[in-house]
Write a protein that binds this ligand. Structure first.
Ligand code: NAD
Length: 524
């Protein structure tokens, strides 16, 4: 494929000086760098330092030292940093958007949406964190004479490994509850998309986060991963299922906890009574939003036989009408894939499907005339499980249409996957739609929406089942996972053993009748 550099006006904020200041904090003692490029043109934006194992160890040592003082800072003072950060993040959303677009190639509408995620997470935990982190007094084994208190201690230093598809959201939003809970963070963003998270860290420091507490190290995953995991007290990983297994194995060997937010092969089920216009509009976002590079996006669409043709025709027309191009304004409805390498993966999925009998209803081709990594919105029919895109995540703007005859068949088809991250069910009768949603094996299910309602519900834990992950972000778990519980127990008087001189058999009688009493008593 020939790569034609585009004439495109880069945003005024993306200057060499600004970018060099951003990457300056990344340690790279061996002098190695990685050419971070503007996706739309393929031009190098900045040379990103690559961290050596010694650099990563030093980053952890600095973070660990800063963490001790941070953990001793009252929760109220810690939270005040995020109250200020919230304002800074919203005020600087457009500059963050410029960076996200330059490094990821996504369209501006998606990039600005991404900037909203950390402030939403901050807002939620600003309301919830103090309560979650407060000690909870509970009853002890001997009513009145004993008690136990659940005390939340920070884990220490949390290692975060983030992907390129939502670099700012995954890099910063997952750090927010970790920091609020009193931890330090060492973040490894993807090399391709390190700029926006680096600006996020800078804004947190401007808001008052102590220097040293939030470290950023960079490098290719297999180079940085092992040292990062071996030094961390907990790992938060977002990325592919294959890498998630590697991370999980190493964390397990080190006996540290981890949260793994992995890939999906997400189904959308349209029920007979769905509002078709809305469902088509939803499917356009579900399949092509963020150029199909959202972990929760839709790659399999199940339609009732009776409405198949009507839906297909409207969906194909809408996909063909999409404004796909490179621009740093809000015009384009779809942008680029993240890289030429990723384009090859997406293209290979489509070519494999076509070679095995799939039909291309629209799209199916790279668009080098638009930029090096552009690929057309693509709708396929006749996709089967012997095709790559029939079973594995394509992670591009490619979706397959399928017919079903009964709701049971639709549910069975939706569940016929190793993944379980997100699902979308569309129907007029909400009770019926809920009943279908409840039968889908998936960590998230959206009714009459694709993914935003579930993902933006920050009070509810969101994670994958099956091969889509372990643990979750958001909700109480999204913060508590970054803590250990200390069970501090107090016995006011030593009464649990036999009394002096008491016959042991008598003591046993007393203990057993005490057990019966404890079940009946209301004292906890
Ligand atoms: P990836 O697994 O290749 O990389 C993710 C991160 O892990 C990158 O920073 C990468 O450098 C690093 N990495 C790679 N190999 C590593 C190793 N051996 N040790 C340590 N770190 C390593 O994934 P990707 O292609 O960057 O991202 C796309 C994937 O992420 C898709 O599968 C998508 O579904 C998934 N994703 C999931 C969620 C979610 O919340 N479930 C969100 C976004 C993306």
């Amino acid at each position: 494929m020939t790569v034609t550099p585009l004439e495109i006006t880069r945003p005024a904020s993306v200057t060499d000086t600004f970018l060099r200041q951003l990457v300056d904090r990344v340690p790279g003692s061996a002098g190695a760098t990685w050419p971070l490029t503007e996706v739309y043109t393929g031009e190098v934006l900045v040379e990103l330092p690559q961290s050596t194992p010694a650099d990563i160890e030093a980053a952890f040592a600095t973070a660990r030292a800063a963490q001790r003082q941070w953990a001793a800072t009252p929760v109220k003072e810690r939270l005040a940093v995020f109250r200020r950060a919230h304002t800074l993040f919203v005020d600087n959303a457009r500059t963050v958007t410029d960076l996200i677009q330059a490094e990821s190639g996504k369209n501006r509408r998606m990039a600005i949406e991404e900037t909203c995620d950390p402030p939403m997470v901050m807002s939620h935990y600003l309301k919830r964190a103090a309560k979650l982190l407060a000690p909870v007094r509970r009853g002890g084994p001997v009513p009145l004479l004993s008690n136990s208190t659940e005390i939340r201690q920070p884990k220490g230093v949390v290692g975060i490994i983030a992907p390129w598809n939502f670099p700012f959201a995954t890099g910063i939003s997952d750090a927010v509850p970790a920091l609020m809970a009193g931890n330090a963070v060492v973040l490894k963003p993807d090399n391709k998309t390190a700029l926006s998270p680096l600006l996020g860290v800078r804004m947190l420091e401007e808001a008052g986060l102590p220097a040293g507490l939030f470290q950023v190290v960079c490098g290719e995953g297999p180079d940085v991963g092992p040292t990062l995991i071996d030094n961390a007290d907990y790992v938060m990983f977002t990325g592919s299922t294959a890498t998630g297994r590697v991370i999980g194995e190493r964390a397990g060997r080190n006996l540290i906890g981890c949260c793994l937010e992995l890939g999906g092969k997400n189904p959308m089920v349209v029920l007979e009574d769905a509002n078709l216009a809305e469902a088509v509009q939803g499917a356009v976002f579900g399949a092509f939003g963020n150029t199909g590079q959202i972990c929760m996006h839709i790659e399999r669409l199940y339609l009732p036989e009776s409405r198949y043709d009507e839906f297909r025709d409207a969906f194909v027309a809408a996909a063909e009408a999409l404004d796909v191009r490179a621009a740093y304004d809000f015009g384009p409805e779809m942008g680029s894939l993240v890289s030429v390498d990723h384009l090859r993966r997406v293209q290979s999925h489509v070519e494999d499907a076509v070679a095995k009998g799939a039909t291309v209803l629209c799209g199916g081709k790279p668009r080098p005339d638009l930029g090096p990594a552009f690929f057309e919105p693509t709708i396929l029919e006749d996709v089967t499980k012997d095709m790559l895109c029939g079973v594995t995540e394509t992670f591009g703007p490619v979706v397959a249409l399928h017919r079903y005859r009964t709701v049971d068949e639709a549910v069975a088809l939706a569940n016929d996957t190793d993944y379980g991250l997100n699902a979308s069910v569309w129907g007029g009768d909400l009770g019926a739609a809920r009943a279908v949603a409840a039968r889908i094996e998936s960590g998230n299910v959206n009714i009459n929406d694709i993914l935003a309602t579930a993902y933006a519900s920050k009070g509810t834990p969101s994670g994958g089942v099956k091969n889509s992950g372990v643990g979750s972000r958001h909700g109480d778990q999204g913060l508590l996972k970054y803590t250990d519980v200390q069970n501090m127990a107090v016995l006011k008087k030593q009464v649990m053993g036999p009394r002096p001189g008491e016959d042991y058999a008598k003591h046993v009688d007393r203990v057993l009748s005490g057990l019966k009493m404890m079940r009946k008593t209301r004292i906890r």
